[in-house]
Design a protein around this ligand. Sequence first.
Ligand SMILES: [Zn+2]
Length: 98
Amino acid sequence: MDRCNRCQAILEDGTLRFVARLRLCGDYGALPDPETQAGPTADVLQAALDAAANTPESQLMETVVEEFSFVVCPSCRARLRQDPAGAATVPGPRGVRQ
Ligand SMILES: [Zn+2]
């Protein structure tokens, strides 16, 4: 017997459940557009490189890529499909969005 990692519902053996995989990749948003060649200035790129050079390796590696997986029940799957980032429940600059 497993439990949904999101709502803790019991998942009896043989019942449908879903495995969610989450991959977080660091991105400074500083890559040139391959079609228009528009992109950040050399100053912006240098600042990103300087920031990386001044970050401890272990912390830098955490920003490159992290992967998580968890099991969810059908109800939580439906909620994840509607709002995968959980934006409806995350506090923003003006408090929790309704
Ligand atoms: Zn659930």
